[in-house]
Design a protein around this ligand. Structure first.
Ligand SMILES: Cc1ncc(COP(=O)(O)O)c(C=O)c1O
Length: 437
């Protein structure tokens, strides 16, 4: 017999578990509201995107493509996805766009499914040099059972050694030449690598997960015109949308487009999280309006932050190249493999500055690296500029160079952040909270 509505009293122990989640979610929101979020792969979303992500779409399915669905009820979503494909093609200047992927990793798995067969060869940047885990045997490359060779790395320029990479490609003759990294300070020397790859019949895959917003904003490099056949990426790092991914191609070949679409569905997704896809479409519309300003402000802030950190006395990598051409800055805090980066990240967290430890050239262990990878895309999104980058560098110096009590510094972090609570580069920015529940 069905129980009457409202007569079920939940067990208090069970209910308290849900309350633990509610409280921890609120507490996590407070951490970022009052602190400085500087993890290079993160961002916050606009109020319109926040609303869509919490909409009814979150529970719906739309397998297939606009106009060719396996389920009823998809007419409105057809409108959304069709608009999104058009916008993505425009924003990324790409003849082909698939906006269904639920993450950068899923985009990479789908791309490797479309481009290679098990046992094929692939070249990529090693994880020790900043390549992503999905480029490694432990990730998507291994999942597809590909035979991996990694490029030599130019530590001075912080990019693949271009001559060595081309020589490797000519020697190995891979099916896929994959480029792009998680530690991504400077554009990849793509034209030379793409020429070598095409010479041996390889496809060129560019993983732009981190730098997609900078690319779309015209502030980094233009992979689809520099020789990349396919570009993958996340929709939530420098591209300021909800968590998800993109697949973009310079190819006009419709059979290749079909291969890419089917690699996503039915290849690696059934539901592809419609609320996030719709959120991506709004983020694309916002990007069309504000994206180039956002991208150039991010790069200007990152360069200002790099030089401010150096002026405070930190060892900032790539000084000879003005520290960075992206949203990231790398700092070294002690000897190779000393774990100094890990210790610095913990102290900074006590002061309300959220970062991640990172391996730098020479480090061999991911859990005890010497460095930090710092991103300014979220601070830029709430309106911080070059002056604030100097203030932020000073806060780092107080914690890490002058050994001030992080709990004292935390108050000044919160004071600085209290003036940067609304989100910029989006519709309705005048009253847009960047930090909802
Ligand atoms: C280069 C690169 N590719 C792919 C990914 C994976 O992206 P996602 O977290 O969206 O799966 C990342 C994540 O940081 C990355 O750095």
């Amino acid at each position: 017999m069905q129980r009457e509505r409202g007569t079920w009293t939940p067990n208090q122990t069970t209910l308290s578990k849900a309350h633990v989640v509610m409280n921890a979610t609120a507490s996590s929101g407070n951490l970022y509201r009052n602190g400085l979020g500087m993890i290079a792969s993160e961002n916050i979303v606009s109020p319109m995107v926040q609303k869509i992500v919490a909409s009814d779409l979150h529970g719906r399915y739309a397998e297939g493509l606009p106009g060719k669905r396996y389920y009823q009820g998809c007419n409105d979503f057809d409108t959304i996805e069709s608009l999104g494909i058009d916008l993505a093609q425009k924003v990324f200047n790409a003849p082909f766009a698939n906006i269904q992927s639920i993450s950068g990793t899923v985009s990479n798995i789908a791309a490797l499914k479309a481009l290679a067969k098990p046992g094929d060869k692939i070249t990529a940047v090693s994880t020790a040099d900043g390549g992503h885990i999905s480029h490694a045997r432990m990730g998507a490359v291994g999942l597809r059972d590909l035979d991996l060779s990694t490029y030599p790395w130019d530590e001075e320029r912080m990019e693949p050694d271009v001559d060595g990479a081309c020589a490797l490609i000519r020697e190995v003759e891979p099916k896929v030449a994959l480029v792009g990294q998680s530690v991504f300070l400077f554009p990849t020397p793509l034209r030379e690598i793409a020429d070598a790859a095409h010479e041996v019949g390889a496809s060129v895959m560019y993983d732009g997960a981190h730098v997609l917003g900078l690319i779309a904003g015209g502030c980094f490099q233009d992979p689809l015109r520099e020789g990349a056949d396919l570009m993958t990426g996340s929709s939530h790092k420098t591209f300021p949308g909800p968590q998800g991914g993109f697949l973009l191609s310079s190819s006009e070949d419709e059979s290749f487009h079909r291969r890419l679409n089917t690699a996503i569905f039915p290849g690696v997704c059934s539901s592809y999280h419609l609320h996030h896809v719709a959120g991506k479409v709004v983020a694309l519309a916002e990007f069309e309006e504000y994206g180039s300003a956002y991208a150039s402000d991010i790069v200007a802030n990152a360069q200002a932050f790099g030089s401010a950190m150096a002026a405070e006395g930190f060892d900032v990598l790539a000084e000879s190249r003005n520290y960075t051409a992206s949203h990231q800055v790398l700092t070294r805090h002690g000897d190779t493999d000393s774990g100094a980066g890990a210790k610095a990240a913990v102290l900074l967290e006590e002061a309300g500055i959220i970062t991640n430890m990172n391996m730098l050239p020479g480090d061999t262990k991911a859990m005890t690296p010497s460095g930090l990878r710092l991103g300014v895309q979220e601070l830029t999104r709430v309106g911080m500029g070059k002056l604030e980058m100097q203030e932020v560098a000073r806060l780092y110096a107080r914690v890490l160079l002058h050994q001030e009590d992080p709990n004292v510094v935390r108050k000044d972090v919160a004071q600085l952040k209290s003036n940067f609570q609304t989100i910029r580069y989006c519709f309705n920015e005048e009253n847009a909270s960047g930090y909802p529940f």
